[in-house]
Design a protein around this ligand. Structure first.
Ligand code: PEP
Length: 256
């Protein structure tokens, strides 16, 4: 029932000129993809040009971050209405933002509520560190991130959220969770917690992407898992060939 969704997180890469070239390439190579939602998330300064380059395509555009306040004295920040002018999605609480920029479950919750209030589709990232993984704390930690993110969010709004389960130790490292482990953790730490917070229908409606060193040659094994509805892709989203390969291999696996 859940429509597969693959998004590229360009992180702090690509100038306007480079971003437009990448977007134009993807517009061409992914033109035939109909049964999958697609998005790219460039840096804020590149959103405008990439949005323009992707007009008439099947690829949406997302921001990588935003602030929750409507406007005011928040130097360097971008408001929800500013994002809304240029993007359909916003990534919230990426582990790099949590690690380097002090984001917490509370700021994630505020940003999530702001995105929902402004009609921006949120992609909320959660995931455990290597130490937590080794200590067997993954389910309790990720479950806590889910409880924090969804505090005071209604079931109706919750169903609009996309989650990206990204084990931190798998991001940009070439390591991945096994598809079976990722699927099991998404069930235990995400869907079971969402059933507790809301109900089964809401928990089943929410799409969960896997993220962490997704490449063309490992996408298929993740997308076929019952709890995995797509991917959030970092490094491999920076080239037309690799992002296209990921999308095409996911489609082939789903249609097999
Ligand atoms: C990410 O940035 O969300 C990510 C998963 O990165 P990578 O695919 O490079 O591991």
């Amino acid at each position: 029932m859940r429509k597969p969704f693959i998004a590229g997180n360009w992180k702090m890469n690509k100038t306007v000129a480079e971003g437009v070239v990448l977007a134009a390439g993807l517009k061409e190579t992914l033109a035939g993809v109909t049964d999958m939602e697609l998005a790219v998330c460039p840096t804020a300064t590149v959103l405008s040009a990439v949005s323009a380059a992707l007009i008439g395509s099947n690829i949406g555009v997302g921001a990588q971050n935003m602030y929750w306040e409507a406007s005011g004295a928040f130097t360097g920040e971008i408001s929800p209405s500013m994002v809304k002018e240029l993007a359909e999605y916003v990534i919230i609480g990426h582990s790099e933002r949590r690690q380097y920029f002090g984001e917490t479950d509370e700021t994630v919750n505020r940003k999530l509520k702001a995105a929902l209030a402004y009609g921006i589709k949120p992609i909320v990232c959660i995931g455990e560190s290597l130490e937590q993984n080794k200590a067997g704390e993954t389910v309790s930690f990720v479950g806590g991130q889910i409880r924090g993110a969804f505090a005071d969010v209604s079931a109706e709004d919750a169903a609009k959220v996309v989650l990206a389960y990204e084990p931190i130790w798998a991001i940009g490292t070439g390591l991945t969770a096994t598809p079976e482990d990722a699927d099991r953790i998404i069930q235990a730490a995400i869907r079971d917690v969402l059933v507790e917070l809301y109900d089964t229908a809401t928990a089943e409606a929410i799409r969960v992407q896997y993220g962490g060193s997704v490449k063309p040659d490992n996408m298929a094994e993740f997308i076929v898992m019952p709890n995995i509805d797509g991917a959030l892709v970092g490094g491999a989203s920076l080239k037309v060939d690799s992002f296209t390969g990921i999308v095409k291999n996911a489609m082939a696996a789903l249609n097999a």
